[in-house]
Write a protein that binds this ligand. Structure first.
Ligand code: GLY
Length: 316
């Protein structure tokens, strides 16, 4: 099997400049691991860690802040061999949520730790206290909170927050970093990490750490990761559905496109971008937003390929 890695960097993130460079750097980091003969799980974790350490993306350092000004992060890793997984949700004050998720997978017989329990688990595993809030995210938060309090107009991209702020019940735009890989032995893996949407409610958990919703990997089918409206992916078990389509015989691109079509009918207006790899190593990508930084890299190739994610039924 030709080792391959594919990555996306958020459905609300420009696909240019430092954002595209960030996902390509992470793809290269993961490929170095695959080239050494290590597994796809090691590769997706390394790539996700790289994105978490890059402050331009909405995961780890540089996560968007919730309504009370805190970075509450979700992360998950899953291996397609044996369906092993580990996740954390609403974790705070750690540098790399994906590494804590890895410990959940490797060191416990559980799947998901949340909030304070996740932080305590991280400390017990030796992860020191760390503040992932960047100056830019703090400024962004202060600006929007100030406008909301003063009842001022918000920039277009923040309009949805107004209904969220007033009704305290709607979701808003979310961004996720996600990576899928297949190694030389044909084992598939996926990792995902997100700060969730700006000004999300404290305690809100998105699709990222919920197996079958934002991520899924199964060696009999493929591996898939989503970015966009997490609640929609939860309702429709998005990631498991795409894996089921691949298991039934669709290749990665067919399954990705099929799901974006399903979304158009089931949840019109919801934002999605996904990448996947099927069990034969084909990469697929589809989205209904104008931009998503994304890249794929195959063993032996000189450079990352981008632009493979197809736009269908655009909503923005
Ligand atoms: N898709 C990321 C989130 O909803 O948190």
């Amino acid at each position: 099997m030709r080792a391959t890695i594919a990555i996306l960097g958020g459905a609300m993130t420009p696909a240019s400049g430092p954002f595209q460079a960030a996902v390509e750097e992470a793809a290269r980091e993961g490929m170095e691991i695959l080239k050494k003969g290590e597994t796809s799980v090691e590769a997706v974790i390394a790539a996700a860690r790289c994105t978490e350490d890059n402050p331009v993306l909405n995961s780890g350092t540089g996560s968007r802040l919730n309504m009370v000004g805190e970075a509450e992060m979700d992360a998950c890793v899953m291996e397609g061999k044996g369906l092993k997984s580990g996740a954390v949700a609403c974790i705070t004050k750690v540098r790399n949520p994906i590494l804590v998720a890895e410990k959940v997978m490797r060191e416990t017989d559980h799947i998901l730790f949340v909030g304070e329990g996740a932080v305590k688990f991280a400390r017990s595993m030796g992860f020191p206290e760390y503040d992932p809030v960047t100056f830019a995210r703090r400024q962004e938060w202060e600006d929007i909170i100030g406008r909301l309090k003063r009842g001022e107009e918000l920039p277009d991209s923040y309009r949805r927050i107004l209904s969220y702020w007033k009704k305290m019940k709607n979701w808003i735009d979310e961004d996720t970093v996600g990576v899928v890989a297949i190694d030389k032995d044909g084992t598939l893996a996926v990792a995902s990490s997100s700060g969730g949407g700006p000004l999300k409610m404290p305690g809100r958990v998105g699709d990222v750490p919920l197996i079958g919703c934002g991520i899924y990997a199964d060696n009999r089918a493929g591996a898939v990761v989503f970015t966009g409206h997490g609640e929609v992916f939860c309702r429709h078990l998005a990631a498991k559905t795409v894996c089921d389509l691949m298991r039934q015989g669709m290749n990665a691109q067919e399954a990705a496109e099929e799901w974006v079509g399903i979304l158009k009918n089931e949840a019109p207006g919801a934002v999605v971008s996904l990448v996947c790899i099927d069990r034969k190593g084909n990469v697929g990508g589809c989205r209904n937003v104008k931009e998503t930084p994304h890249a794929m890299l195959q063993e032996g190739a000189d450079a990352c390929v981008s632009g493979f994610s197809k736009i269908l039924f655009p909503v923005k």
